[in-house]
Write a protein of this length. Sequence first.
Length: 631
Amino acid sequence: MSSAAEPRVGQSAAAWTKALAVPAIVLALILAAAGLPLLADSDFSLSAIALAFGGTVILYRTVVATLETRRVTAGVLVVIALVASAIVEEYLAGAIVAFMMIGGEYLEEIVLARTQRSVRALIQLAPDTAEVWCQEQWQTLAIDHVSVGDRVLVRPGGRVPVDGVIETGRAAFDESALTGEAVPVDRAVEDTVCVGTIALTGSVEVRATRVGEDTTLARIVRVVREAQSNKGRTQRIADRFAAYFTPAILIIGGLVWALTGDPMRMVTVFVIACPCSLVLATPTAVVAAVGKAARMGVLVKGGAALEALGHTTALCLDKTGTLTSGELEVIDVMPASPWTREDVLRLASRVEAASEHPIGKAIVRAHRGSSQAATATRTSGVILTPGVGVEGDVAGERVTVGNERALAGLGESAETDQARLFIEEHESRGATPVVVRVGDRVAGCIALSSVTRSSASRVVDEVRRSGIRRVVLVTGDHQAAAQALASQLGIDDVRARVMPEEKMRIVEELQGAGEVVAMVGDGVNDAPALAMADAGIAMAAGTDVAVETADIALMGDDLGALSETLVLSRRAVRTIRQNIWVFAVAVNVVGIALAGSGVLHPIGAAVVHNASSIFVVANSARLLSSARQKG
């Protein structure tokens, strides 16, 4: 089909009606021509007018498409077929060909429009206005007038108009439109929120960090749209094939005429052999899959990324922020006599109450559930000792919370021996142990570990079942922590204590062994490996560098979306193959043979040709259904 087909996806109802008028007029002329000759004494009939009208439209679109793409397009064969029909005075056949081509374009646009519904829905999520603190009062401003740094008010039931950080207030947010997660998420001070999410309960004030085209929502919309022009390897092959296909068909048509002496067979070859279904094979599947991924809360940056993931044989997984949430949790507390478990947590949380360190925050959460409750108790003289920990005065006693160095100067005792055994045991498991010291005595020890994502084990199993041959844990963490997590998840290949450039070399090593590699990470240190991988996948809660470098971003920070996206990409690759070999190549080969032998005539050729194109689009549209089909 002509790439200049109008209207394009997303146009108004009026534009669709106007576009429908062209095939409707051609069809009306064809039906009238069946029994109403325009000139009684002439073979010239309304079918000739239909052919002239439809042919002019196709010629115009073909010229436009050829000038835009600077290459021979599928429309060239159509124009040749119409001219040949006119020369042999098969006006009705030519008119039907023109109608099928124009009507086929219209139907394809209708089916393709489904792939853009998610984009249109996302665009509608962004509010047109925002309540901004301006001139000592809240004012409603057009969203174009909101700047980074502005303070924005989001009321209960309202949509967030900017990406930003909550400064005051607390609310439960519906983030399903962006993340695919149906369960509302609680957000409070210092948490980030994104455009289009809804504050279900509570009111918050948000400091804008991204506005307009820089927001998460705008990036999703932009990338989904760009996916149509960012073609994968299969599409480039199809383009090259189509470029050679047109002159080849001209030669075949000429040979058929020369061998049979029947120009009608040549015309039929031209009609059946237009490479429309071949050209449509990949972009329709890619756009449908990218649209589906967007609804799942996954940002796929084009067909190349989708196809690479669909062919992946090796998967590299970062540890912190990917397989683990990045937060620490208390997993064990060992009190020394006469202190209790509660005493140890209470003393440690009082000293750590004002700490911004992840260890301190985890201890406070374990004791009280929130730092606000812990700071209610007075603690004075808090100082940080680099390389050791933090200490402060609690109820007249000096309390230290630190690593093994906090045992220095205590001498040998049952408590210190116990503490050293506790530290050694938990370090061997990959946990982080800390000592709680009161004066010159050990009050106890606390062990902390990264929170493993609840979906991690399931996801590793699912990616293996999908056909991934190798799963590799790649982390900068120490060997014990990496090995402990790998054993828990059933990962055999562990690469620990690796620097960013070493992660990239691991990806190169796997590629050198013939693997198609996908890398999943979230930090700046993962960026080189994400860029080197055939398919780089970023957790969107990670750094901007990782998200921008990656080919795919899991916007909901949900590792479970990884296996779903992998399944979707494999379905997309299978769909592309079906489109090319079943609906394009096979139909054309059989059709050309039937046309050359005289079995197929121009009208039938037009029907078969356009049917194959519609089947391609319909087959691709199936990707918009659930991606949970495994395989």
